[in-house]
Every structure is written in C-alpha cells, then in structure tokens.
Design a binder for this molecule. Structure first.
Ligand SMILES: NC(=O)c1ccc[n+]([C@@H]2O[C@H](COP(=O)([O-])OP(=O)(O)OC[C@H]3O[C@@H](n4cnc5c(N)ncnc54)[C@H](O)[C@@H]3O)[C@@H](O)[C@H]2O)c1
Length: 473
C-alpha cells in the first residue's frame, strides 16, 4: 500500500478496546473471521467472566464465547500490554454525557493507552458514538503524540459507527451494513478490508466526520420520531382514539411513513444520549440550538412522569393514595428480552413513586438482582406477589412472563406496552380518558405536583449514560 499500512490478514492481531455490548460481539466476529483477538477491558470482573466463558452480553451466548476461547485466538485482559503488536485496534468504550456535555474521557484514555503500543503500519478505528471531528481532532493528536508516528504516512485511522441492536435476531452485526471511513484513501482501504471480512456489506463515506454524523442522524431520527408518537398518542387518547390502531393503519402506507411505538420513555446507551451529542455539537459549531432535538428530549424525558401520573390516577379511582400503596413494576430493562438497564425509564418511574411514598417492588428475571437494590424490593413472579400489589405496572414486556397469570392475579394493571387485553389492564396510551380522570399531557407534568419531586433531567454531577452495570460494580 502507498503508505505502508497493510490491512491485517486473518491470523493478524486485533485489539478490541472495551468488551461491552458493542465490543464483545465485534471481538467474537473477528475471531470467526480468523483473527487473533485480545479484548481489553478495565473492568476486571468482566475480564474474569469472559475468560471463564461467562458472557454478560445478551447477544453473545456462553457457548459462542467458549467456542472463541477454545480456538485459542481470543482472550480478555484488563492490561493494555496484552494488545502489544496489534495490527488493528478498535475502540468501543462508552461515550456518556456529563451535565449534558459529551464526556470523551473514556475515548481519550483508551487512545492514550493504545498510542504507546502502536507500530508503523497499524490501523486504529474508533467505533464509539460521538460528535463530528472526534476522530481527527481528538483521537488523532493523542495517537500521534503518544506513538511518535504520523497518521496517514505511518498508520491508518478511521471511524465506523456501530449499529448493534441488542436482541435483534435478524439485523445482527454481520448482517447489518456498516458505514466506514478513513482519514485518507489508504486508511479507508484498510478499514474496508478489515470490516469486509466481518460483515456482509460496507458503506464507505468520504470522511470520519461524515461517518460520525451518520450515526448521530440515525439515532436522532429515531428519538424525534418516538417523541412524535409519544406526544401524538397522549393527545389521541385524550380525544378517545386508539393511537396504536392509527399507527398500524398509517403503517400500511408503502412509502413515506415509518411506524414507531409509543411507550414509557426511551432508554439504553443510544437514544437518551446521542441526540444530545448532536445538539451540543451544533451549538458549539454554529451557535444555534437544534430545537427539534431539545423538544424530543423534553417529551421523551417526561414520559416516566406521565406513567406515574397515570398510576396515581388509577389508584385514585380505587380510592387509594399513592403513599403507602404497593406498586409492582414488571420489567426494569429498557427493552424487552434484554438485561440492559442503562437509562431505563423504569429507574425514574421507581424514583418518582418512592418519592411519593409508594412501596415499590419489581420483577425482572433478566436484570441483576442488585439493580435498584435498597430502593426497590425484588420479587419473584408468583400469583401471590402479583395479587399483593395495589398496582402492577407493565414497563417492559419480556417474553418469559406468564401474562395470563398476571392478568388473573392482579387487581389493577397499567400496561405501558399495549400487551394485555383483560378487564383489569388499563393501557398507558389507548382508550378514552375516563370521566373523573384529569386530562393530562406531557407538558402538564411540568406543573407542580406529580413528577416534580425528581428532576426529569439528570442532576448536575450525575453522569448520564454511564451507569455501571451491576456485574461491574
Ligand atoms: N449498546 C448499544 O446498543 C450501542 C449501539 C451503537 C453504538 N453504541 C456506542 O458504542 C460505545 C460503547 O457502548 P457499549 O454499549 O458497548 O458500552 P458498554 O458499557 O456495554 O461497554 C463499554 C466497556 O468499555 C470498558 N471501558 C471503559 N473505559 C475503558 C478503557 N479506557 N479501556 C478499556 N475498556 C474500557 C467498560 O468497562 C465497558 O465494559 C458507546 O459510544 C455507545 O454509544 C452502543
């Protein structure tokens, strides 16, 4: 190649920095492609789990991990020295918000460590979600300073956003087209060669900045559309039209419409975070506000408070105050069949209810029992626990729940996922407003009263998007 950084051949050494939801599946895919892979993660508990064949990532089974270990071409390490002589390094560390500002400290720390291990001809790829300019303006100088090498002539550098959708069996990592970029032609060719061995389809774009912005557009699109359907659904309910029926009907249009489902709020590492990376960057770069992002944040952030308002209204109809009522939350993860609790709306729902004096318990077989420990009693799913609750709130509709039993045993259910049909289940969004229930909207939840005890946005100093998983604590 013109500048000497040859693409790594299978058999070459790949270092994947960060062994989480993004890094671990990528490491497994690289092993399948024939590379020797070292997964670097600072969390020693995670490293121990991985090396003993126990996966904590839903999309990677223990069996798959053990197969990778058995090849002798995969191991995890908490020490960067194990990545020495790497040919390709991929950075997949967290990029949270801290006081609504991008926190790139994990990325810069990883780049600093990698820099001292670089040799001429290697390739470094950033995958962490971030704002345009990060690869070239932040990662590049750290790598150059620490290695004494020059990006371009001496080593390749690129950005490729991850599109992992945890739990999605169709659009897996290898099946999903991957956007790729490089700082120059040779870098792009090396990035292309690497991912070409891992995924079915690569989509080159002109620069790392374009690739970084592509990821933010994708998640902002989803975030804004979920906010639209959430606000739409609240108003549809108030005029006695079933929003789910309307969404289903609109989705029959073969062009120009994409269906999104209303729900109790957004969670995970992407939607509550990435659009703010975009709006922050737009404000820094242009001085303008990205109003649509701010509005979508506002609407989606208020959904847990709306859920709590509906719980209070339901209890009120049963002549029960929230204070002292037993509320059982069914599902704590932010999405079904997942153990991921990062930014989950369930956390805020629990906090708001506790602040109002409710006695809160939860059932979720996917989520580590330590999650929310101390605030929320963890229950098992039995007719007795369901029957003992004044209100059952279906927040996440995992498939392993015996829903007929829940409906039979509960006295009243608020179904936030449109899953239940029995007489004791009231759906969060469809159905007419009952006569004595206050007609409320997301905006109304800004009024003094329910939802005001806890801030909808994270309080200063509390990093948003970086909630260590129970296993890593
Ligand atoms: N989870 C998703 O669905 C998803 C999808 C697309 C993109 N992303 C993006 O990918 C990135 C990683 O997300 P994730 O969900 O895999 O995070 P994660 O928290 O599951 O995993 C990140 C891992 O990095 C480790 N780590 C932190 N700092 C480190 C360092 N300096 N060196 C080595 N390891 C370090 C952590 O211990 C953790 O195990 C983020 O930027 C995220 O926005 C995530």
């Amino acid at each position: 190649m013109e500048n000497g950084h040859e693409p790594a051949d299978p058999g070459g050494k790949v270092a994947v920095i960060g062994q989480g939801y993004v890094g671990l599946p990528l490491a497994m895919q690289a092993v399948d492609a024939g590379y020797e892979v070292v997964g670097i993660d600072l969390d020693e508990t995670r490293v121990r789990c991985l090396n003993s064949g126990q996966s904590y990532v839903d999309d990677v089974s223990d069996e798959r991990l053990r197969d990778a270990l058995a090849t002798g071409r995969y191991r995890a390490s908490a020490g960067y020295d194990q990545a020495a002589r790497f040919e390709v390094a991929v950075i997949t560390v967290p990029t949270p918000l801290r006081q609504l500002t991008p926190d790139l400290s994990f990325v810069t720390a990883a780049a600093s460590e990698l820099a001292r291990l670089m040799s001429p001809g290697c390739l470094v790829i950033l995958e962490s979600t971030t704002y345009p300019g990060t690869t070239e303006e932040i990662v590049r100088p750290i790598l150059e300073r620490g290695s004494g090498l020059k990006a371009g002539p001496d080593f390749g550098l690129g950005y490729s956003p991850e599109r992992v959708d945890p739990g999605n069996k169709t659009w897996t990592l290898p099946a999903t087209p991957k956007v790729i970029s490089g700082i120059d032609g040779a870098s792009l060719a090396a990035v292309h060669d690497f991912y070409g061995k891992l995924v079915a389809d690569v989509v080159p774009v002109s620069s790392p900045r374009a690739a970084e912005l592509t990821k933010l557009l994708e998640n902002t699109f989803r975030h804004v559309n979920i906010a639209l359907v959430n606000e739409f659904a609240i108003f549809a309910r108030q005029i006695s039209i079933d929003p789910w029926e309307v969404v289903r009907a609109a989705a029959t249009k073969p062009f120009g419409f994409m269906a999104f489902q209303p729900g109790p709020g957004v969670g995970g590492h992407c939607l509550p975070i990435d659009p703010t990376y975009l709006s922050w960057h737009v404000r820094q770069a242009t001085g303008h506000r990205f109003r649509l992002v701010e509005l979508a944040n506002d609407i989606n952030d208020q959904m847990p408070a709306y859920v709590v308002q509906r719980i209070a209204a339901g209890l009120n109809r049963l002549a029960k105050p929230v204070q002292g009522s037993r509320v059982l939350l069914l599902g704590l993860a932010y999405k079904k069949n997942s153990s991921d609790t990062r930014e989950s709306p369930a956390t805020q729902v629990a906090e708001l209810l506790i602040a109002m004096g409710a006695v809160v318990s939860a059932v979720d077989s996917h989520v580590d029992p330590g999650y929310l420990a101390g605030q929320v009693r963890r229950d098992r799913l039995t007719p007795a626990t369901i029957g003992a609750a004044d209100a059952v709130v279906l927040l996440t509709d995992h498939d392993d729940v015996d829903y007929p039993m829940v409906e039979e045993s509960a006295s009243w259910i608020l179904d936030c996922r449109n899953r239940l049909r029995g007489p004791v289940a009231e759906r969060l969004l469809p159905g007419p407003v009952r006569s004595r229930e206050t007609a409320i909207s997301v905006r109304d939840s800004n009024r003094p009263g329910i939802g005001q005890d806890q801030p909808a946005r994270p309080e200063p100093g509390r990093p948003r998007g970086w909630r260590r998983s129970p296993i890593s604590s």
